[in-house]
Design a binder for this molecule. Structure first.
Ligand code: FAD
Length: 463
């Protein structure tokens, strides 16, 4: 039955988007948004809200959208979520709010993210016509510092500003946004969308200090010395992990982090930018998460003839969002499952010419139900390639921890925090997002930023 399925969202056709950095998913029209929002059953138990790490009152905003009150829908979301246009585009809703939607029991859940995205874009269109107010004046004399301007830091800063604090965000790069700006490509998350969400935060009075590497420019004790009463660390996990296999240093082997930063932040995607970026002809991308999908699809858009994802498990284990995998397949990205590189081979000039891959099988599920990849002895394949992108994970950059006495870390180098308050082992210092969890998701980082802001408020007020 039609009402058991999500209202499809218009998107560029695969052949229109495979060489274009324009946004692939086009978003709902007002009619489609009303139709989809109207699928909400408005259940008494509201399970979807429990699935949202920032507790957006989902049935309320959907009810407003179903009536065509899109500005009201937006205001309802924005009260709990400072980045709705971002989350509507990149949140893994299928594992969060939509996974718990009662409509999903007998059909497809309500497309909550698509309606959220529509309401945010609608608000932006309407608001653009009105004069923007100047930044709000902080009411509270206390100052807080936020290190890092990714979703964790931005959310924390916004929440503190709403509570009347003077907030300065220190960002190492020349543009704010963290992974939203330097990692996730334009065709999934246009940078204009990120900029406008950040502009809204600035209008709350948040100041952003760019090109400010904390740990080098100032240490945390120096920030306290400058009068900041509390500090939030939202510095992410941007240090790439490599496999440590022969040939990883060859010309042509890149970390996904570096490749995507060149393409996005340094605007290689625009074509006319003079950013040096390799445009491989035959590209392999190692990994199965969102980062791997993004790197593969960027390589394709930069002109690759063949892009192949090497993933050591099977299709059912791919950690990337289902929609991103579907888009990658439709665009012609090839998938070699149960395959892991063991060596990169050079040509006579020392550049990458092939990846040697070990074939794997999956073990029986362990106690946690997870199946591990196990090498099949003697089964290898050699894949010719002139470019390889390694997207197997990242860890936190150790700089701030090295410069901060007493900051306790986990064995994986993540900052240890209290699960309720996000407090670290150093008084007045809070942390959240990828720096505390390891590489995770936008919405989890935002949830941590929110929790930390509430606790920092209490700390600064002495409660
Ligand atoms: C390519 C890619 C695609 C992804 N796709 C998705 C997706 O579709 N959906 C999803 O939910 N999640 C996705 N993720 C994961 C998600 O983006 C992260 O979990 C999230 O951005 C973490 O937020 P954060 O604020 O903790 O850190 P980040 O976003 O990493 O931001 C940290 C910021 O701190 C700055 N910084 C670091 N050190 C310092 C310092 N010493 N001083 C000052 N500033 C510093 C950094 O420059 C950066 O701007 C993706 C990640 C990547 C890399």
């Amino acid at each position: 039955m039609a009402n058991q399925q999500k209202t499809p969202m218009p998107e560029l056709k695969p052949n229109e988007r495979r060489r274009s950095f324009s946004e692939a998913a086009l978003g709902y029209t007002p009619e489609l948004a009303r139709k989809e929002a109207g699928r909400c059953l408005n259940c008494a138990t509201r399970p979807c809200v429990a699935g949202c790490p920032v507790s957006v009152p989902i049935p309320e905003f959907l009810a407003k959208a179903a009536k065509g009150d899109f500005l009201g829908a937006y205001e309802t979301v924005y009260a709990q979520n400072a980045l709705p246009a971002v989350c509507g585009r990149v949140c893994p809703q299928e594992r969060q709010c939509e996974a718990l939607c009662v409509r999903g029991v007998k059909g497809e859940p309500v497309a909550i993210g698509r309606v959220e995205r529509f309401a945010a874009d609608y608000w932006d269109e309407a608001e653009r016509e009105e004069e923007q107010p100047g930044p709000a004046k902080p009411e509270n004399p206390d100052r807080a510092a936020v290190i890092g301007s990714g979703p964790a830091g931005l959310t924390c800063a916004g929440e503190l500003a709403r509570r009347g604090y003077q907030v300065t965000v220190f960002e190492a790069l020349h543009e704010p946004g963290g992974v939203l700006t330097y990692g996730i490509p334009e065709f999934r998350l246009p940078k204009s969308v990120v900029r406008r969400e950040i502009a809204k935060l600035k209008s709350l009075g948040v100041e952003i200090s760019l090109n400010a590497v904390i740990g080098k420019l100032f240490t945390l004790p120096e920030l306290f010395g400058q009068g900041y009463k509390a500090v939030f660390l939202g510095v992410g996990a941007g240090l790439p992990v490599f496999m440590g296999i022969p040939g990883e240093n060859l010309v042509g082997v890149h970390s996904a982090n570096e490749f995507l930063t060149r393409v996005n932040l340094m605007k290689a995607y625009l074509g006319e930018a003079d950013t040096p970026v390799q445009k491989g002809k035959r590209v392999v991308v190692v990994g199965g998460g969102n980062v791997a999908m993004d790197a593969a699809r960027c390589a394709l858009r930069l002109g690759a003839e063949e892009v192949r994802i090497l993933y050591r498990r099977g299709p059912d284990e791919l950690p990337a969002r289902a929609e991103e995998v579907r888009h990658a397949v439709e665009e012609g990205i090839l998938f070699d499952f149960l395959s892991a590189p063991t060596e990169y081979l050079p040509d006579e000039s020392g550049r990458l010419k092939a990846a040697v891959c070990q074939k794997m099988a999956l073990s029986e599920p362990d106690g946690s139900g997870r199946r591990s990849p196990v090498p099949i002895p003697g089964e290898t394949a050699t894949i010719p390639c002139d470019m390889a992108v390694v997207a197997i994970g990242t860890t936190p950059n150790p700089l701030i921890a090295q410069m901060t006495e007493g900051l306790e870390l986990s064995a994986r180098g993540c900052v240890l925090t209290d699960p309720v308050t996000c407090a670290t082992s150093v008084p007045g210092v809070y942390a959240g997002g990828d720096i505390a969890t390891g590489a995770a998701t936008v919405i989890l980082a935002m949830g941590a930023g929110k929790k930390a802001a509430a606790a920092m408020d209490g700390y600064m007020r002495g409660i």
